[in-house]
Write a protein that binds this ligand. Structure first.
Ligand code: ADP
Length: 253
């Protein structure tokens, strides 16, 4: 079994302020297929705030309201995942983590035992930040950093980030028509790591910079990251199932 982490961003999982059910189903179907190809998959999923907003439309301008929305939406998000995974005869589970878990060897070890046991039993762990005690990713990051820590500390060689953008480009493709895709990146400059943040959506908080920071962290620890589209899963499927790198960006030192 090859252990991988898949992170899906808010923009991919939401549409018109609600959870994009067809996209969620496509993701779940992909994970079911990956399991059949001997991958153990840990899913890091955003979307709790958006799910909460469909039940109670609080103003998302304040962090307190976002925390409340995440608390309201997280069980709904998991219920939706449970229903979809059940269509494929799979069980999923909820694992809520805060960033400071990764500051403590003891907490990492506890969490790893739980994750290992879930995977050993064929259950998909669905990880999200516990937004009532930790607001790092809620305010900034949209789980990009959290997913890099998950991959490293829970021993996955590869992190897949499914984004609203299909790859990393030499400049922002939403602003420049002549932006070129970078297929493989082996080094990220200080300038790229400290660039202005550019999230592309009202629910998103990361932008490309937090993805580059995640990739940099993983490369420094001998691991890899693959950035691909979450709207069209064909590139990630080619990469993982057919072992063909068509679209997307592989970050590998
Ligand atoms: P998500 O929420 O889907 O994870 P974000 O919207 O937070 O993703 O970040 C992706 C966005 O970053 C893209 O839609 C794009 O507008 C922006 N971006 C800025 N510079 C680049 C670049 N060099 N390559 C790719 N995307 C970039």
């Amino acid at each position: 079994m090859k252990r991988i982490v898949i992170k899906v961003g808010s923009h991919v999982l939401t549409e018109d302020g609600a959870i994009a059910k067809a996209r969620m189903l496509a993701l779940v179907q992909l994970i079911a297929e990956l399991k059949a190809h001997k991958y153990d998959v840990i899913l890091v999923s955003s979307g709790a705030v958006a799910a909460g907003f469909t039940l109670l439309p609080l103003d998302r301008g304040s962090v307190a309201n976002k925390q409340a929305l995440a608390a309201i939406g997280q069980p709904l998000l998991l219920k939706m995942y449970q229903e979809k995974f059940a269509k494929f005869g799979l069980l999923c589970s909820q694992v809520l983590l805060s960033a400071d878990v990764f500051d403590s060897a003891k907490h990492i070890q506890h969490a790893k035992v739980a994750i290992d046991t879930l995977l050993k039993n064929g259950v998909i762990p669905i990880i999200n930040e516990n937004d009532t005690v930790s607001i790092e990713e809620l305010v900034f990051g949209d789980n990009d950093r959290l997913s890099a820590h998950v991959a490293h500390y829970f021993d996955a060689q590869l992190l897949i980030i499914l984004s609203d953008i299909d790859a990393y480009y030499d400049k922002d493709p939403n602003r420049y028509d002549d932006a070129k895709r970078r297929a493989v990146v082996s080094e990220i400059s200080e300038e790229e790591l400290n660039a202005e943040h550019t999230p592309n959506n009202e629910f998103a908080t990361g932008g490309i910079v937090t993805k580059l920071q995640a990739a940099d962290f993983l490369m420094q620890h001998g691991r890899e990251m693959f950035l691909a589209s979450g709207f069209d899963l064909s590139d990630v499927k080619s990469f993982l199932v057919d072992k063909k790198h068509k679209g997307g960006t592989l970050f590998k030192a």
